[in-house]
Ligand binder design. Sequence first.
Ligand SMILES: CC(C)(COP(=O)(O)OP(=O)(O)OC[C@H]1O[C@@H](n2cnc3c(N)ncnc32)[C@H](O)[C@@H]1OP(=O)(O)O)[C@@H](O)C(=O)NCCC(=O)NCCS
Length: 167
Amino acid sequence: MSATGAATARPPCTEDEVVLQRAGLLEAGVVAALQQVCFPEEPWDEASVATLIGPPGGFAILALRGGEPVGFVMTRVAAEDGEILAIGVLPAGRRSGVGRRLVGAALDGSRSLGATALFLEVAEDNEAARTLYKTCRFFSVGRRPGYYKRTDGRVAALVLRHSFAPG
Ligand SMILES: CC(C)(COP(=O)(O)OP(=O)(O)OC[C@H]1O[C@@H](n2cnc3c(N)ncnc32)[C@H](O)[C@@H]1OP(=O)(O)O)[C@@H](O)C(=O)NCCC(=O)NCCS
């Protein structure tokens, strides 16, 4: 509000500004396109994305830079447990804080749906994601040996948990 009480118009987005927005079923194709770039070895189609975010407890968030989609996170909450199903940022948009904001949005959204903790799985060799989750206070609670396929073998998945409980 201005000094006179009149609402001040928000300036238009700058080219570099990142905005997060909830993705509905109409945006399932956009989420799938981002997922395919970020996970070319395990691409999901639009129908798979819709199946995951359509039911109650499922939601997706898009990150838009200058109006263009650059990242996404898909999350599901069942009873008290939330789970990040997938998160990715386009290669050109990485390392500018988008991933951290998407994790924050997944945490906020899960908590508002009643989750007391948020879980995820990350490949043991995924240094970027593991560092991101560490900075977001996720801690390891399990390990699944040989969970992910690699061209030169298999790699373990770490199960990480972020608790909403204080302390
Ligand atoms: C993991 C991923 C989502 C991170 O997205 P991002 O937008 O680059 O992350 P941010 O810029 O918010 O980084 C936040 C913090 O994470 C850590 N981090 C991110 N990328 C990193 C890298 N390549 N190496 C080391 N640390 C990294 C840093 O601590 C960083 O903070 P800093 O830049 O202030 O040092 C992105 O690399 C990605 O899409 N990877 C491919 C898909 C994937 O692996 N998804 C996760 C599956 S579990």
